[in-house]
Design a protein. Structure first.
Length: 101
């Protein structure tokens, strides 16, 4: 089962590179939560960029469209709900679900 999500935030780290290309993973900080995102778009982005990620949640987020913007780190709750899970190996994960109401 997967859900479509839109999440805004700042890229705080990646798999050891400053430039993030298609297929690379990165951590997106949105508010007080961190999200693991796989970059599925051809355009490269960088650690430190503030972005909006549109994608699907599979236990991680597959980011199909990632837009760079000068934004404040917030999650769009219009069509989603977030549930935070206990830290695993020092990382906090969240599950975003499409709301039914």
């Amino acid at each position: 089962m997967h859900q479509w999500v839109k999440i805004e935030g700042k890229i705080i780290r990646s798999d050891g590179k400053e430039q993030i290309e298609k297929g690379d993973r990165f951590i997106l900080r949105s508010g007080s939560s961190d999200y693991q995102v796989f970059n599925e778009q051809a355009a490269s982005i960088n650690v430190g960029d503030e972005v909006i990620v549109y994608g699907e949640y599979y236990g991680f987020i597959k980011g199909f469209l990632i837009e760079r913007e000068n934004i404040h780190a917030t999650i769009s709750y219009k069509k989603t709900m977030a549930r935070k899970f206990s830290p695993v190996n020092g990382t906090v994960t969240s599950l975003l679900q499409k709301s039914t109401g």
